[in-house]
Design a protein around this ligand. Structure first.
Ligand code: NAD
Length: 439
């Protein structure tokens, strides 16, 4: 089948490359000329493991191509996916749908026959109705169906998530669109992926409900972590103790500095706004956001306290700035708040991240940060070490070397990647999350 993918970001590029790998003929479109130029040379503009090989392989055999020319990509396509950004709208927190609507109109104008316009971007419930209206108004002469196919992939394991998803959710309003969507995802029948067909509004809301639920698990365990700290309990054991209950599940129960990234913060906020608009408030999600927002500042205080209450003239080594490992995505990363506060408290910050430093350098909050080429370079001469992202390479640091490089043996581990025993044994002052401090 022929597919056009509008928007070649984290979702569009991965989805386009994976659909091509399934055997479909895919043209990826973006307005960003530089991005397309690089992709034509098989250069990947984002950090995503395995994507380079997938793009190069499929581009070489001619199943995957890239262009800035939207009309040429849309002509003859069976389905056109809209995978453009839906950031928070400045001022009110609703999802900004202007990119989606603009793309829908461009697609409709370029269409030359029956086509299914599929919204892959995360969009509030009922957006498909408006996309349909735009499309019909632009092309009253054509039959165009509008479907919803929200994406659940995670950055860092995006290819595996796309190719072996827990489920695919597809919202359609008629049989014809359903059949096109079924054919597109037929390659997934082999591994018996559940294809959940629903009405369009249901599919749209499913995406927000999923993200809000996952965010709820995170804020929940973070509050339990706070209670653990006050009472001497250990949140790791509490999480295991509840996670082994299959009704609860062990995923997303890691206490830490709060959720960030390009999805949870904006999607929880957009859900709250949509719910207000429809007079069906989501109080739990409102609380989840408040808990998360308050948390980031408290994490910076934790580092300041571990350094004796003042950072004037002190240097803090920061390991990891991305919102999670295996990505260079810095959108809403907790490190932005935390590093900003450390600097405001007078600290010099030396930082290292295996993939996200290029993106971080573009963010004002990191101005003045001394960027380093390795963990150990960041630690040299620092007065404390703060671990903000659980990249694998931070999990097995040479602790003897760490002690020698730091002026004081102080580690604040906001991801709980070390055990209390090894920290005690090596003589560190060790502050983590939801566990007793090692003094
Ligand atoms: P992104 O910002 O990385 O990419 C969006 C791309 O769309 C950009 O390259 C931009 O230049 C391009 N674009 C915008 N308007 C265009 C137009 N009219 N024509 C052609 N190109 C256009 O965004 P993303 O992270 O890939 O997210 C896309 C959507 O998917 C969002 O709604 C997001 O919420 C959702 N989503 C993201 C993830 C994730 O992990 N990043 C996961 C699931 C869902």
């Amino acid at each position: 089948m022929k597919i056009a993918m509008i928007g070649t970001g984290y979702v569009g590029l991965v989805s386009g490359a994976c659909f091509a790998d399934f055997g479909h003929e895919v043209v990826c479109v973006d307005k960003d000329e530089l991005k397309i130029k690089r992709l034509l040379k098989n250069e990947i503009p984002i950090y995503e493991p395995g994507l380079d090989v997938l793009v190069a392989g499929n581009q070489t055999v001619g199943r995957l191509s890239f262009t800035t020319d939207l009309p040429s990509a849309v002509k003859g396509a069976d389905a056109v996916f809209i995978a453009v950004g839906t950031p928070s709208r400045r001022g009110d927190g609703h999802a900004d749908l202007s990119y989606v609507y603009a793309a829908a109109e461009e697609v409709a104008k370029a269409a030359d026959g029956y086509v299914v316009v599929v919204t892959k971007s995360t969009v509030p419930v009922c957006t498909g109705d408006e996309v349909e209206r735009i499309v019909r108004e632009a092309r009253p002469d054509l039959k165009i169906d509008v479907a919803s196919n929200p994406e659940f992939l995670r950055e860092g394991s995006a290819i595996e998530d796309f190719k072996r998803p827990d489920r695919v959710v597809i919202g359609v309003e008629n049989e014809k669109a359903r059949e096109v969507m079924r054919l597109l995802y037929r390659p997934l029948f082999i591994n018996e992926t559940p294809l959940l067909f629903t009405r369009r509004r249901t599919a749209e809301l499913t995406k927000y409900a999923a993200n809000a639920f996952l965010a709820t698990k995170i804020s929940f365990i973070n509050e339990i972590a706070d209670l653990c700290e006050k009472t001497g309990a250990d949140v790791q054991d509490v999480a295991r103790g509840i996670g082994l209950d299959r009704r609860i599940g062990s995923k997303f129960l890691h206490a830490g500095p709060g959720f960030g990234g390009s999805c949870f913060p904006k999607d929880t906020l957009a859900l709250v706004r949509t719910a207000e608009q429809f007079e069906a408030p989501t109080r739990i999600v409102e609380a989840v956001m408040q808990v998360n927002d308050a948390r980031k500042g408290r994490m910076a205080d934790r580092i300041i306290e571990a350094c004796g209450g003042s950072l004037q003239g002190r240097t803090v080594a920061v390991l990891g700035v991305a919102f999670k490992p295996q990505t260079d995505d810095m959108r809403e990363a907790p490190s932005i708040d935390i590093v900003g506060r450390l600097k405001a408290a007078g600290a010099t910050v030396k930082a290292y991240d295996p993939a996200a430093m290029g993106e971080a350098k573009k963010i004002d909050a990191f101005a003045g940060v001394v960027w380093c080429n390795s963990s150990y370079e960041a630690m040299a001469g620092a007065d404390a070490l703060a671990i903000l992202t659980e990249w694998n390479e931070f999990r097995a640091l040479d602790l003897g070397r760490v002690r020698r490089l730091l002026t004081a043996p102080v580690i604040v581990d906001l991801r709980n990647i070390y055990t209390l025993e090894e920290m005690r044994e090596k003589g560190f002052t060790y502050v983590s999350v939801g566990r007793p401090a090692v003094a």
